[in-house]
Design a protein around this ligand. Structure first.
Ligand SMILES: Cc1cc2nc3c(=O)[nH]c(=O)nc-3n(C[C@H](O)[C@H](O)[C@H](O)COP(=O)(O)OP(=O)(O)OC[C@H]3O[C@@H](n4cnc5c(N)ncnc54)[C@H](O)[C@@H]3O)c2cc1C
Length: 530
């Protein structure tokens, strides 16, 4: 089996296949979790957001919420969540909400307003009603790493920077092999297989086309803003039908306001526009008055892997991506397009990734005559090396234990020690600085890499010099430039106030002190690898 896509869904599918004894390998075109899974809002849904608009998705979310707390507790911070009715939210929605939650099996407990404001003093004092739900903050990089680690323990393999560029079929149209290209060396290879699961998210239409199948995806771009601190301790949702800027999620030391939802043609179109930023801040002010004046660290966007199932039964497609169900669909392209052995898994949420994998592998295993049951909800995921069960302050405690102020910090904002960085490089010695960011949170704090990235670059270069860096890793100059360009992409839409001052300083470091623009390109690498 070949699994295409190394986000949460692909990792989940790989694990499930391997646990049922099927030989499987995964191909990811970039780093693991570099697609939508690494660019999402960070919320382990209770399902309450969808109780009215999407009850099936709501039920899936609450069921999987409980499963993930059991099998992956170290990737979840149990912040809890509130649904709050601001003066701008509709009365009739508030009236229907408790019954809709009960119908979906979601506990929504009314909270007295004085209790709410004691717990969350920055919330809008005009809030009229509040309910407590089982929302939480979910770390995607560790979840995917842990899922892949489990898959590998069960005998699977997984490759990053290995885009699938072609799919070969036999005389009866059946799947025979995938063609891949190493994104760094350019080397091509053919991998024979009996079947393919495309877990390529918003890109599933492009992957299906490689096999001659048709799949029309409706990628929904969502933009989010990262604030430099937690404005609330729990997740806070508006008590209204899903809309822009209506959820605030505390994640590690920051909080994230989102999202917008705009149908885009190209899932790689992740630009955040000034209009989106303005809309998010205006809505944010309704939850936390004055939020639009708080310090924003960066803006980013991801593409929802939405599939409009209206296509399946010939109904008119939805114009607005908010109207498309968040439930998932397993598509058998053998039955649909005559491409035997190709399956696509589309739609869904990160919260439901394990269920999506189970439903897919149930279908695939049945077609292969494999009768083993799914066990992914029974076995706890391994804790990825270098990480621990998460709690706010965890890193500070570790640094203090390691000598406090004298600890060897590479990144002061996110408290990344040199030992943590070295460990990450020992684990994956072909890492770029952006890969290290996903593993360690390097460069994700207020300075957005201005101070830590030059230090981390020096570490990469020293390892290259003493032969401890994989040849595939970008060289120091390229890594530095690529990281600065990626960070700048996210700080550009929010360049005002304190963050503009910070940007000015970081431009001085990168362009002035380090002359990053003038560093020579590394020998033997073309521009595409940078
Ligand atoms: C703005 C936004 C906010 C969200 N917030 C939440 C939330 O708070 N909670 C929640 O539960 N869900 C949320 N979601 C939904 C959730 O993020 C997605 O449903 C989930 O991450 C999709 O995971 P995936 O593995 O299916 O897709 P992805 O993570 O996108 O993985 C697909 C992978 O396929 C790879 N790929 C594509 N083409 C190829 C190829 N040819 N060869 C090899 N690899 C390829 C891509 O690089 C990508 O890594 C949000 C989504 C968005 C956009």
């Amino acid at each position: 089996m070949v699994v295409i896509g190394g986000g949460a869904t692909g990792a989940g599918v790989l694990r499930d296949l391997a646990m049922r004894g099927l030989t499987a390998t995964l191909m990811e075109r970039g780093d693991f979790t570099s697609g939508t899974s690494g660019r999402y809002h960070g919320l382990l849904h209770s399902g309450a957001r969808y109780v009215e608009s999407d009850p099936l998705s709501a039920r899936h979310c609450i069921e999987e919420n409980a499963v993930l707390r059991r099998i992956a507790p170290g990737t979840i911070e149990a912040t809890g969540g509130y649904f709050v009715a601001t003066p701008d939210d509709p009365d009739d929605y508030l009236d229907r909400f408790p019954a809709a939650c009960a119908a979906a099996g979601i506990d929504a407990e009314p909270v007295a307003l004085d209790e709410l404001f004691r717990a969350e003093p920055l919330l809008n004092r005009g809030i009229r009603a509040a309910y407590r739900v089982q929302d939480a903050s979910l770390e995607p990089w560790e979840l995917v790493d842990a899922t892949l680690a489990s898959a590998l323990e069960h005998g699977a393999t997984a490759h990053r920077y290995r885009p699938v560029i072609g799919i070969e079929r036999g005389p009866a149209g059946e799947i025979r092999a995938v063609r891949t290209r190493d994104a760094r060396s350019g080397e091509e290879a053919t991998v024979a297989c009996r079947a393919i699961v495309s877990a390529s998210g918003a890109w599933a239409g492009q992957v299906a086309a490689l096999a001659g199948a048709t799949l029309h995806m409706s990628p929904g771009k969502g933009s989010m803003l990262v604030f430099n601190r937690r404005l609330t301790s729990a997740v806070v949702n508006r008590l209204a039908p899903p809309g822009d800027g209506d959820i605030l999620v505390p994640v590690h030391t920051v909080c994230i306001l989102g999202t917008t939802d705009i149908t885009v043609e190209d899932p790689d179109d992740a630009r955040v526009t000034a209009d989106e930023v303005r809309a998010l801040l205006a809505e944010g002010d309704r939850l936390v008055p004055g939020m639009s004046g708080a310090r924003v660290l960066r803006a980013y966007a991801g593409s929802r892997p939405l599939y409009d199932a209206a296509e399946l039964d010939g109904r008119a497609q939805h114009d607005d991506s908010r109207e498309i169900s968040r439930a998932h669909h397993v598509i058998d392209h053998g039955a649909r397009d005559g491409v035997g052995g190709l399956w696509s898994i589309v739609g869904g949420k990160l919260t439901t990734y394990r269920l999506m994998a189970r439903d897919t592998v149930d279908a695939v295993a049945q077609s292969l005559g494999n009768k083993k049951p799914c066990r992914t909800a029974d076995e706890v995921l391994p804790v990825p090396a270098g990480s621990r069960a998460y709690w706010l302050g965890d890193r500070l405690a570790a640094v203090e234990a390691d000598g406090g102020g004298d600890a060897d910090l590479v990144c002061e904002c996110e408290l990344v020690t040199r030992a943590r960085l070295t460990h990450a490089l020992d684990e994956r010695s072909d890492s770029s600085l952006d890969d290290l960011r996903r593993t360690t949170r390097l460069g994700m704090g207020p300075c957005q890499g201005a101070f830590c990235i030059p230090r981390a670059t020096a570490t990469l270069d020293a390892r290259r010099a003493d032969g401890r860096l994989d040849d595939a890793a970008p060289d120091a100059n390229d890594a530095l430039r690529a990281f600065a360009a990626e960070r700048f992409r996210g700080t550009r839409p929010i360049a005002w106030g304190d963050q503009l001052t910070e940007l000015w300083l970081s431009a001085g470091i990168f362009r002035g002190t380090l002359a990053a623009d003038a560093l020579p390109p590394s020998a033997g690498r073309d521009d595409a690898t940078r």
